[in-house]
Design a protein. Structure first.
Ligand code: SD4
Length: 318
């Protein structure tokens, strides 16, 4: 729309210009590192991230370290090693990072590498690209010294073999634990990371929301950051994390912004989606919020040196 037309529409009351072009005027939060992550695995991830901050690392260093801890956890069946494979038995990983300058890196459909989040960061810092996928991503990782590793554990293999007999449709709600982590460091800078092995028994080649900037994660250091977990296809369709951040820019509080983003999903599914999405959001002034569609959702928040798990009811939970 040309500026002239925009003013016409706005003055007719269709769009309020102040909400569209609002300047961020939120207070910066200087002295108080805050770490926010998805699910109960977020608790140890937050601790790992905090250790990095304590050693002088910045928000990006801390978010990467938190995500790495979860990636290396063999008991987590939807991140990194131990993640459930796709329908053909391959563990394929999606991950992204975004820093306070708005720079970002991403990797999708990566196999045999333990730490996709670190590959994503290397793509951000050492290439002119944002995203590498599949064989190209692996070739890049190996060239940067990452080692090849078998990620399909015997437990995950057994579960996959059992699933092959039934071929039952799984939802990310059944196999969740994807970690999204947002960190605000002592300078008030915000960065985030998101990493997953995705939807268990997905089609070979499927990529979810987690490596897609704006879907699984979005950071705008002037406003705040948001990140997602749950059914990636539906997060992608609504560009969820970007939407949450833009809503915060327009004055929504972090929880309201997460809820508004989810309302659009609910509407598209006639009021009754049969899957889960959870958002976490952090505003520049340090306020955090979260919302989920259904059942319950856990997020971990480390603030003022206290690391605590919060369980919220989904918006549609009776
Ligand atoms: C995906 N969003 O690949 C991920 C899965 C997930 O909790 O977050 N599960 O769709």
């Amino acid at each position: 729309m040309k500026r002239r037309d925009f003013i016409k529409v706005a003055s007719a009351g269709v769009i309020a210009p102040s909400t569209v072009f609002i300047e961020p005027s939120l207070k910066h939060n200087k002295n108080n590192p805050i770490i926010l992550s998805t699910w109960s695995f977020g608790l140890p991830a937050n601790e790992a991230a905090k250790n990095i901050l304590d050693k002088g690392g910045n928000a990006m260093d801390a978010a990467e370290e938190g995500a790495r801890l979860t990636e290396a956890d063999v008991t987590n069946s939807s991140v990194g090693i131990g993640g459930l494979p796709d329908e053909d038995g391959f563990v394929t990983l999606d991950s992204c990072v975004m820093d306070h300058t708005g720079n970002c890196g991403s990797v999708a459909f990566l196999q045999d590498i333990l730490h996709p989040v670190s590959v994503a960061r290397k793509i951000m810092e050492e290439t002119k690209h944002v995203m590498l996928v599949g064989k190209g991503a692996k070739k890049f990782a190996l060239s940067k010294g990452f080692k090849e590793k078998e990620l399909l554990t015997s437990k995950s293999k057994k579960e996959w073999q059992q699933w092959q007999k039934e071929r039952r449709e799984m939802t990310p709600h059944e196999t969740h634990d994807t970690i999204s982590i947002i960190v605000q460091d002592k300078n008030g800078d915000i960065a985030g990371a998101c990493t997953t092995s995705g939807w268990a028994y997905k089609m070979h080649g499927r990529v979810g929301d987690s490596p897609l900037i704006g879907a699984g994660l979005f950071v705008d250091n002037e406003v705040g950051a948001a990140a997602a977990t749950g059914l990636g296809e539906e997060v992608i369709k609504t560009n969820g994390s970007f939407l949450v951040v833009e809503l915060m820019r327009q004055g929504y509080d972090p929880k309201e912004a997460c809820e508004e983003a989810l309302k659009r999903v609910i509407k598209k599914h006639n009021g009754n989606p049969d899957f889960q999405i959870g958002y976490v959001a952090m505003r520049k002034d340090g306020k955090v919020g979260s919302a989920a569609l259904k059942w319950t959702f856990d997020y971990a928040l480390l603030k003022k040196n206290k690391n605590k798990l919060f369980t919220i009811n989904g918006m549609l939970t009776k």
